[in-house]
Design a protein. Structure first.
Length: 656
């Protein structure tokens, strides 16, 4: 039967939804299977190795270009020992403060049923507030939009920087850097539709080898010049920033390249868990990155000519082909991690009502997180290829990098502050005391990256603005459509009583009417009575809710309420990280009392198409964007995983 307490606890993603835009989801899994069952059999070591390959792929490739770009602004007039140590000190303490303190030690503990990321943090903040908050929603949209800007730039700059190392082996290969990069990227995006389950097995070992090589090459050069260990003294960083005020902002923008990918630590929390991610960071990743940066600094002090490419110059020429090949593999893995993250972000945005529903296909029978979204894949491929052709080198593309990452980090810190205060975990003064230094540092990095807008930084800003505008238009449009439709609704209780005395023709079977509001009569039911003049023997109002948690627990999956002998209400609940499969979820409905024959059942969908009728202005622009986005919305039968031969759609046009 219907459980009021359970219904109250299962807060909806939005107060109203258009029938055609129900946010529903379900795993492609056996009934009652736990979300993390696919990773439960794995040992701790296997999860840690997997985290090395997926979580740290992006930040692990930063040594290829981060220190090089940080050196460029101060290398024109020669490098002094204090300058090298100052840059190294900034790099090391950025890794400590941003990655270790903020993400590893703090944010990894603030999970939403095991899931992380900017949208998961938004749902925590939204629940803590207890009501709709437009500023909080705007932060979530900004964070998600900036993430997409980063997701398009990362594959381009990572693969470009690795392939450029081939020019050090044979200078004549430099003319083939762009074509080879394009080929690698095209192949990477093309295989997404086949899934990455097979090649992902090698991600962990290859990336682990990569970090070992980083550490070994770093130690090799540190032994030759151990004085670089003085970079752990933060006074070198402070002294550098004070003495080089004119170019400090430029240097900070380049230094921030060392922590790109840090957001993945939090975003991939649900895939590996907090302890494996923390273990991988402290045992392997952080030491390897630190040693490699110090080693590059030692190399530059010993050989100033190495400033042009200190990473690839850190090994003998005989080992350079091996390093280039390994770097290319590592950057491909990093790009793959970002692509997979974009798919996961898109699924969460769809479920939270920030994007239209898109066709989501699972590419693995064992890992629920491995999905493929065709439209997003090809949009990203087009953007990545355009960036490679437009900028042509990792040095030029570095100017476009960083703004999206720093912006996302500022959003994450802001949402974390809202959550800590509104949830009561920390008072306002304590939250400010803890977070103020962190957000001040991130704002400094953001300001330094904003100086590169004219040199390419406009790219992620334009991308984020377009995505953010589309998200806002979609959210606003679904709200407006819901309000207008709700005004025309008929109360369910009165309708049920009137139909008990009606002479309408009754046909055998069960009709499921999908509706966002179980207290009113679905428009599809009214249209069916008006045009077909029939009523089914059993009519079930099916409401599918998206919870503000990543995965719904088995006990909250379904609830059933019998209204009278002919009408009933069924509610199915899913988390925002789940993928739609209503057919599979009907098994849970049977467990709570619903009895029906599949072969004599039909699913009725009410589809509303927006018609723009407003006056000129911003509102009309947003309405037009919303109307255009509805055309890209996936077929509801596919999105909801309904039986194709048992779906009836009844549509109407609604002015917006």
């Amino acid at each position: 039967m219907h459980d009021p307490k359970l219904a109250a606890s299962a807060e909806r993603q939005l107060p109203l939804f258009d029938e055609d835009e129900l946010d529903i989801a379900a795993y492609l899994r056996d009934e009652g299977e736990d979300h993390h069952a696919s990773v439960a059999p794995k040992g701790f070591a296997a999860l840690t190795l997997g985290a090395v390959g997926v979580v740290y792929g992006d930040i692990g490739t930063s040594p290829i270009y981060a220190f090089r770009e940080a050196l460029r602004p101060v290398a024109a007039d020669g490098l002094a020992r204090a300058e090298v140590l100052g840059l190294l000190s900034i790099l090391v303490w950025t890794l400590i403060l941003i990655v270790t303190v903020k993400y590893v030690l703090f944010l990894l503990r603030e999970d939403n049923r095991g899931e992380g990321g900017v949208l998961a943090l938004y749902t925590l903040a939204r629940l803590a507030i207890g009501r709709r908050s437009i500023p909080t929603l705007s932060l979530a949209i900004a964070g998600a939009a900036l993430f997409y800007g980063d997701a398009i730039i990362t594959p381009a700059i990572s693969v470009l920087s690795a392939v450029e190392g081939a020019g050090l082996i044979l200078p004549q290969l430099e003319t083939y850097v762009v074509p080879v990069t394009l080929g690698i990227l095209f192949a990477l995006f093309f295989v997404q539709r086949q899934g990455t389950a097979r090649i992902a097995i090698a991600f962990g070992p290859i990336t682990a080898l990569w970090f070992v090589v980083l550490a070994v090459t770093g130690v090799w050069h540190i032994i030759g010049n151990p004085s670089v260990l003085a970079a752990f003294d933060p006074r070198y960083a402070a002294s550098f920033l004070i003495e080089h005020r004119a170019i400090s902002f430029i240097v900070l923008g380049a230094v921030f390249l060392a922590v790109t990918g840090a957001e993945a630590l939090y975003a991939d929390l649900g895939h590996f868990g907090r302890k494996p991610i923390m273990t991988a960071w402290f045992i392997l990743v952080f030491p390897a990155l630190t040693l490699n940066y110090l080693g590059q600094g030692a190399l530059v002090l010993a050989d100033p000519s190495a400033v042009e490419n200190p990473f690839f110059r850190s090994v003998p020429e005989s080992l350079l082909p091996f390093l280039v090949a390994l770097a290319t593999a590592a950057t491909v893995i990093a790009a793959q991690a970002v692509i997979s993250g974009a798919f996961s972000m898109t699924r969460a945005a769809v479920q939270l009502g920030l994007l239209p529903r898109l066709t989501i296909r699972h590419t693995s029978h064992d890992q629920s997180g491995q999905i493929y979204i065709g439209g997003m894949n090809w949009i990203m491929l087009f953007g990545v290829l355009w960036l490679v052709l437009a900028f042509g080198s990792s040095e030029a593309l570095a100017s476009a990098y960083g703004i999206a990452v720093t912006g996302t980090m500022v959003v994450t810190t802001s949402l974390a502050m809202i959550y800590m205060v509104r949830s009561g975990k920390l008072p306002l003064w304590a939250t400010l005391l803890v977070a103020a230094p962190m957000i001040a540092l991130e704002l400094a990095f953001l300001a330094s990256n904003m100086t590169k807008v004219a040199d390419g930084g406009y790219v992620p800003l334009i991308l984020a603005s377009i995505v953010g505008l589309c998200m806002w238009a979609w959210w606003r449009g679904t709200q407006n459509m819901s309000v207008k439709s709700h005004k025309q609704m008929v109360g369910l209780q009165g309708f049920v009583k009137s139909m008990s005395h009606s002479s309408v023709h009754v046909v055998p079977g069960t009709a499921f009417f999908l509706t966002p509001d179980p207290t009113v009569v679905p428009s599809a039911l009214l249209h069916n009575l008006k045009h077909n003049r029939v009523l089914h023997e059993q009519n079930v109002l099916l409401t599918v809710e998206t919870l503000r948690v990543p995965v719904a627990m088995p006990e909250e999956r379904a609830s059933y309420e019998l209204l009278d002998g002919r009408f009933a209400r069924l509610t199915l609940r899913f988390g925002f990280m789940e993928t739609p499969n209503v057919s599979r979820a009907m098994g849970n409905a049977r467990k709570v009392g619903l009895k029906f024959d599949v072969m004599s059942s039909s699913f009725f969908l009410g589809r509303r198409r927006p018609v723009v009728a407003g006056t000129f202005g911003l509102d009309r622009l947003l309405d037009r964007i919303y109307a255009a986005l509805t055309r890209f919305s996936a077929d509801p039968s596919d999105f909801y995983h309904l039986p194709r031969d048992r779906v009836v759609e009844l549509g109407e046009r609604v002015a917006v």
